[in-house]
Design a protein around this ligand. Structure first.
Ligand code: SF4
Length: 160
């Protein structure tokens, strides 16, 4: 399941990328296509994602690794999705199905009605799991590495 942004947002994202020094005009990618690469930004290291921008720009979960444009999905809701799908469940009980539908509707902005239909529940659960995995991958690719300690801090640590 790929939740998509509006065409206006997609157009704005692409325009931002096209004006970015890291945009590869030949492959239309963020840095080298398919190869995430580290770049120094100020005192931090960021990772260019290597994504094909015309596709990445359509995804609600996607965000620019340098913070030039953001995801269009609530991070708290995504954390719920991740939490809920973290455990492999053979079968969901009634309460879990209720939570599944509520979380699904929040993440998708839909109003899908609760049902005990096993194949519908399985389908929604699989969609949620895929969404959680995609979101986590995106977080890993776009979260900056922690700032390296300054020389002063390093010396202070060594003295203690
Ligand atoms: S995703 Fe961000 S860093 Fe990558 S090309 Fe677009 S604006 Fe630049």
């Amino acid at each position: 399941m790929f939740l998509q942004v509006s065409s206006e947002i997609r157009t704005k994202r692409i325009a931002t990328c096209e004006a970015c020094v890291y945009y590869n005009k030949t492959t239309r990618s963020c840095g080298t296509l398919g190869f995430p690469q580290n770049v120094g930004v100020g005192r931090t290291t960021r990772k260019l994602c290597g994504c094909f921008i015309p596709l990445k720009a359509t995804l609600k979960i996607a965000k620019c690794p340098l913070g030039k444009w953001d995801a269009q999905i609530d991070a708290d809701i995504m954390r719920l999705v991740v939490e809920f799908t973290a455990t492999e469940r053979a079968e969901l009980n009634a309460t879990e199905i209720q939570i599944l539908f509520e979380t699904y509707n929040k993440a998708n902005g839909t109003n899908r009605k609760y049902t005990g239909c096993k194949s519908c529940v399985r389908e929604i659960y699989a969609e949620m799991k895929k969404l959680a995995e995609d979101w986590q991958r995106e977080q890993e690719l776009t979260t900056p590495d922690p700032e390296p300690p300054t020389e002063k801090k390093r010396r202070r640590r060594a003295e203690n």
